[in-house]
Design a protein. Structure first.
Length: 188
């Protein structure tokens, strides 16, 4: 069996991370290399955009592992789905059962605890099932895989970078409202 190619932080997820995103990934996972266990080949921005145009759920995630990790649990999984709607930030903020931070990105962006990060942005996708006006980007991390000092802003920076690149590929970068630099979380 062929060993997966070792990538730097700036090369993962089809080289979609900015210098700030690559630094955030190194903060989360360390400065060593990373692998993507896609078969065949690496995750592709072009393929992700094509799958979103064809189906609501791309079923095509960028799964990142630390170099040499044999646990079978990814450091993080980043995926995209076409959506008809998005959560209401005001309503979500009322739910105090979750350790949730909100970011002023897209139409809705939140990080829950140290495991889940979500970002919805306006981007119509024409699919066989009909058009959807939003794309949901989500990142999940395996428990105890991230470095202790990593932050929700690190995760949001990575998710925003990959989402920005996808929005550009889909032709909706202007309406997506995904800035080059992630602002701080909104005050609680």
């Amino acid at each position: 069996m062929k060993r997966p190619e070792v990538l730097s932080a700036s090369q993962v997820c089809d080289s979609t991370l900015s210098p700030a995103g690559a630094a955030a990934l190194e903060h989360i996972g360390g400065k060593d290399g990373y692998t993507e266990l896609e078969d065949p080949g690496r995750w592709s921005l072009k393929a992700a955009a094509k799958r979103l145009q064809e189906s609501a759920a791309s079923g095509y995630d960028c799964n990142l592992y630390r170099e040499g990790d044999t646990s079978g649990r990814p450091l993080m999984t980043i995926g995209f789905t076409a959506r008809e709607s998005h959560p209401d930030p005001a309503e979500s903020a009322k739910d105090k059962d979750y350790d949730q931070l909100f970011y002023p990105l897209g139409v809705y962006a939140s990080a829950t605890g140290d495991l889940a990060t979500s970002l919805f942005f306006a981007c119509p996708t024409g699919r066989a099932e009909g058009s959807a006006p939003y794309v949901k980007a989500e990142m999940y991390s395996a428990k105890n895989m991230m470095n202790a000092g990593s932050t929700s802003k690190d995760r949001m920076t990575i998710l925003n970078d990959v989402s920005r690149a996808l929005a550009e590929k889909l032709g909706c970068a202007a309406q997506a409202k995904l800035p080059a630099e992630v602002p701080d979380a909104l005050p609680e």
